[in-house]
Design a protein around this ligand. Structure first.
Ligand code: 4AD
Ligand code: MG
Length: 461
């Protein structure tokens, strides 16, 4: 089909050109015998004003050009005499692809609440807000690859179905082809040896362990794929299916890891500032939860660093009464994280050296034998966006930690092999992609930054 995307119409000098555009009608109005249609095709934040003079043969199609109808329009681009837009299309032909009954089309021009739009997840990408969110998401996804490819990292494809529990937290979805009406049992337990893979399989919570063996062969790698958590967290920051980016570097320590994390976040932010000017302006104007200057700060200012122990001291000094207790050895809760990043530092913070017992078995034990070489990056409004660590590369130490964490060693011999043969210091982290999109767009709820959110009791489509 002969079709010019609106992004192209707006970004090139198209005045005087005879063009065909396709899209969905946002609105239509008539004034002094001339009809005006605002057309959107999702390629840009802007709508193109179609001007249909009464003498145009297209005029007869107008009654069908209702909000939501999909149309093709041909015409000449000209400078717009009206305020608020540079160009418009003087239309000579209109073709209707699909009508939308104005009595029934749920997405009318008036502003809808995000809650309402969540109910019509299949139509919400047509709205200004969600078009903007998904364009920003796309720019960020490309930027992820540009960042790592530009630094010589290899993109590795770790499995979605796995037999290992990376985080050891036990919140995994089981993948099975057993007949649920007639599950085979042995000694009172489900007999997974009769299941599809001959043992129990899960949806992955993280590609880290597999990324580690790739890093231990080819150096620097990263994953970018969906991960799954069956935790019953009905919050504005948790999804049951989310995308994670996990770089893993060979011959690297915690310092290298933190540097990579900061460079990464700043690069992503810079790319959005460069490529999503209109979208950022939109979020700033309509939601007021993020601003260009905040993004510029994130892209340029150094991150604060603090150890878990010092962070605890800071929190104890706080005048705020927290719901969860503060005690060395207990994990920081989201209220603590947000206090640190929003009130104490008013910017991104990297918290390091957490007590070993609240962190995963693979993190490297520090010389104090109480803490591990871990780091979490916290952002205002979001809390934890990155979790990472230097990995335990010493066989004896790792074995001890795994036993203490009750990780079944017999399933993890391959992981220990990496420490038996040519072990090397290595480090990596995981960034929750949706939390990043959330921060950058200022969307309050994580369910509004992914097309099909999955959460407890929520699986539409
Ligand atoms: O801190 P997490 O659990 O770390 C890992 O999975 C490590 N294996 C990463 C690594 O070192 N390679 O998760 C990493 C990040 C979190 O900081 C958060 O941004 C995001 O993943 N995340 C979630 N995002 C949305 N919904 C959830 N339920 C999430 N759980 C974690
Ligand atoms: Mg974490």
């Amino acid at each position: 089909m002969d079709r010019t995307r609106l992004l192209q119409v707006f970004s090139e000098d198209s005045i005087g050109q005879d063009l065909t555009v396709c899209g969905w009608v946002r609105s239509r109005r008539e004034s002094k015998g001339v009809a005006f249609i605002a057309l959107s095709d999702g390629s840009t934040q802007e709508t193109l004003q179609l001007v249909v003079p009464a003498e145009s043969p297209a005029f007869t199609e107008l009654p069908r050009c209702n909000t939501g109808a999909s149309i093709r329009a041909r015409g000449v681009v000209r400078e717009s005499p009206a305020k608020g837009q540079k160009i418009e299309l003087e239309v000579s032909e209109i073709h209707i692809f699909g009508d939308a009954d104005p009595e029934k089309y749920p997405l009318q021009k008036k502003g809808h609440t995000l809650e309402f739009l969540r109910e019509i997840g299949h139509l919400r990408p047509r709205s200004n807000t969600f078009g903007a969110v998904f364009r920003v998401r796309n720019v960020l996804a490309k930027a992820v690859h540009d960042f790592f490819q530009g630094r010589g990292f290899m993109w590795v494809h770790t499995p979605v179905i796995t037999s290992s529990d990376c985080e050891g937290a036990g919140d995994m979805f089981t993948v099975t082809s057993l007949d649920l009406e007639d599950v085979p049992k042995k000694e009172g337990q489900v007999d997974f040896s009769q299941d599809f893979f001959g043992k129990r399989a899960y949806l992955t919570v993280s590609g880290q362990l597999e990324a580690e063996f790739m890093a231990m062969s080819v150096g620097d790698v990263y994953t970018f794929g969906p991960t799954f958590r069956a935790e019953n967290s009905n919050t504005s920051r948790h999804l049951s299916e989310f995308w994670m980016i996990e770089p893993e570097m060979a011959f690297a320590d915690l310092q290298d890891d933190m540097k990579l994390a900061e460079d990464f976040i700043q690069f992503l932010c810079t790319q959005v500032i460069e490529k999503c000017e209109k979208e950022i302006a939109f979020f700033e104007k309509f939601f007021k939860t993020i601003s260009l200057s905040q993004l510029q700060d994130l892209a340029t200012k150094e991150f604060y660093h603090i150890s878990y122990t010092d962070a605890l001291t800071q929190l104890e000094k706080a005048r705020k009464k927290f719901e969860f207790p503060l005690q060395w050895g207990l994990d920081l809760q989201s209220e603590h994280e947000r206090y640190l990043t929003e009130i104490v530092f008013k910017g991104p913070v990297v918290v390091t050296d957490y007590p070993k017992d609240i962190k995963a078995f693979y993190m490297r034990l520090n010389d104090d034998e109480k803490t591990v070489a871990a780091m979490d990056v916290l952002l205002p409004g979001i809390g934890e966006i990155i979790g990472g660590s230097q990995r335990e590369e010493r066989l004896d130490m790792l074995t001890k930690r795994m036993k203490a964490s009750e990780i079944p060693l017999e399933h993890m011999e391959w992981y220990l092999d990496l420490r038996r043969f040519g072990s090397a210091p290595h480090a990596g982290f995981g960034l929750g992609f949706e939390r990043l999109v959330q921060y950058i767009t200022g969307m309050h709820n994580i369910r509004d930054v992914i097309p099909c959110p999955r959460a407890p009791q929520l699986i539409k489509f």
